[in-house]
Design a protein around this ligand. Structure first.
Ligand code: HEC
Length: 220
């Protein structure tokens, strides 16, 4: 007996699957298409979240900043709170970190991450942030700054100075001393004054560092 029912044949099913895959592929965008525009997201997982990004403004807090300062009277879990005054900085902040290739490499890495936006790669100021309108800091390689004690430079990094904020919560004490050593490299035209030549091997490192320490000790 003949019926009016339509049957789905094999090719109809294949066609339907291909049709579905085409639209899924088209809409998911990021997987199948080399386009720069964001894909249409059917399920966006956690791509879009309600959050504020670092440095972004926020209407939630009275001061309008999304980035929060540490709560008053809290102390860092790692390291200590810095509370040396500028007057004591020269004498109380003692740089006991030896000058080694590793220390200088770390200092360079931290300086270029944290300080170059304002002080530039050469320490002379006019970094990118300054080019966009931030106050130009004084050159770190000018004679006055060369004459600063290590303790004084450590103080500025730890406590901040006028419109430069403190980096004590962003750099550990060790990192801050590494940066101080690296500033001496910038001031000395590319090599640390305690290092006679660029070290080549680990053994060379140790001997130059020791010679440097001995030289510094005899100079005192
Ligand atoms: C947001 C910009 C900015 C960043 C980032 C910054 N500084 Fe500064 N820095 C300044 C400004 C501006 C001054 C001048 C402050 C003043 O008026 O006394 C300054 C001053 C200094 C001074 C004192 C210079 C002098 O002659 O009195 C030192 C040392 C210094 N910065 C080191 C650093 C180091 C090291 C870092 C990275 C850990 C750093 N700064 C990151 C803006 C910045």
């Amino acid at each position: 007996m003949a019926t009016n029912k339509r049957k789905f044949g094999f090719w109809s099913v294949v066609g339907l699957v291909l049709f579905t895959l085409f639209w899924v592929g088209l809409l998911s965008g990021n997987i199948l298409w080399t386009s720069d525009t964001p894909p249409l997201e059917i399920i966006d997982d956690m791509d879009n979240q309600q959050k504020v990004k670092a440095q972004a403004p926020s209407s939630f807090f009275a001061d309008g900043k999304a980035t929060r300062d540490p709560v008053e009277y809290t102390v860092p879990r790692n390291g200590t709170k810095y509370n040396v005054s500028l007057d004591d900085a020269d004498t109380k902040n003692i740089n006991s970190i030896p000058v080694t290739a590793e220390v200088l490499a770390r200092g360079k890495n931290r300086f270029e991450t944290m300080c170059t936006p304002c002080h530039n790669h050469d320490g002379k100021g006019n970094g990118l942030v300054v080019q966009k309108g931030f106050a130009n800091p004084p050159s770190l390689v000018r004679p006055d700054a060369v004459a600063y004690t290590d303790g004084r430079i450590f103080h500025v990094i730890s406590a901040g100075q006028n419109i430069m904020s403190s980096y004590a919560d962003k750099l550990s004490e060790l990192d801050r001393w590494c940066v101080v050593h690296y500033i001496r490299v910038l001031q000395n035209g590319g090599t640390h004054p305690k290092m006679t030549a660029a070290p080549k091997t680990e053994k060379d490192n140790q001997t130059t560092a020791q010679a440097g320490t001995a030289k510094a000790a005899s100079a005192q």
